[in-house]
Design a protein around this ligand. Sequence first.
Ligand SMILES: Nc1nc2c(c(=O)[nH]1)N[C@H]1C(S)=C(S)[C@@H](COP(=O)(O)O)O[C@H]1N2
Ligand SMILES: [Mo]
Length: 300
Amino acid sequence: MAHRWTNDLSRDDVTPRSVWLNRRQILAGLAGAGAVGIGGPVAADDGLQPNTLEEIRSYNNFYEFGLGKEDPMRNAGAMVTEPWSIRVEGLVDRPGDYSLSDLTDGLTVEDRIYRFRCVEAWSMVIPWNGIELADILERVGVQEGARYVAFETVVQPEVMIGVQRRVIEFPYVEGLRIDEAMHPLTLLATGIYDEPMANQNGAPIRLVVPWKYGFKSIKSIVRISVVAEEPPTTWSRANPREYGFYANVNPQVDHPRWSQATERRIGGGLFNRRQDTLMFNGYEDEVAHLYDGMDLSRFI
Ligand SMILES: Nc1nc2c(c(=O)[nH]1)N[C@H]1C(S)=C(S)[C@@H](COP(=O)(O)O)O[C@H]1N2
Ligand SMILES: [Mo]
């Protein structure tokens, strides 16, 4: 089974919410095993029970709309997402300004239930709908010499209170190595639970890289540049000691100010115990080979 993370239901089968819940059992066997310590963190092998849509839409990081977890929910509704244009540039055969539909129409929308792990040590499980970034890169034609892909978020200062206050440097920018970008786990997501992406989650299209800390998963993308050199990224620029370019989830490498060994699952209820964080967020079998020969203790 080459794509063990792919659901065995086709897109046509999955509209009813109940199917997402049934699929939980299918995916339960796929979750990585976490160690169970008596009284310690609970096993991370939780069967990937997805968070509710309400949880996913009400606890967010989107600094353009403020620093608080509920600020994006309150403020992002004012972002204009139609029409939406994405500039594709650099080492591609077909550069240009693409409408969202020009970039995505006809490509397969996948349903993927992924763990999502923020560097702040909270996590969720999110049922994304999205297109493999590799499919989109293929559509625009990646040229020889391409080694990285850079992404940029929209800036709408009139409605973005975080931009007005310059809480960090904007536009928010991120990047991946080309092999990370082409990996089948890497998505450009356009929906959650078969609903269009809410603005606070990065409408209309955002990156999802499930084995990396959440800040790599840049929202509301308006520019994709295929380049030869490692591009700057917002958080490594703001604080290179604390946030690296790679940012692979790694429970053995602590953040300078807190442990990354465990995480708090949002929506875990009254007796929500911390659970073990998994190497590469549970996707080690799929992605560890990308980092062969790299000192993983160095690349936070
Ligand atoms: N443009 C932009 N993208 C962003 C962020 C941001 O502040 N601005 N925050 C990142 C961080 S730190 C996380 S954890 C995730 C949160 O995604 P979610 O709110 O959809 O769960 O978005 C990432 N993408
Ligand atoms: Mo994050």
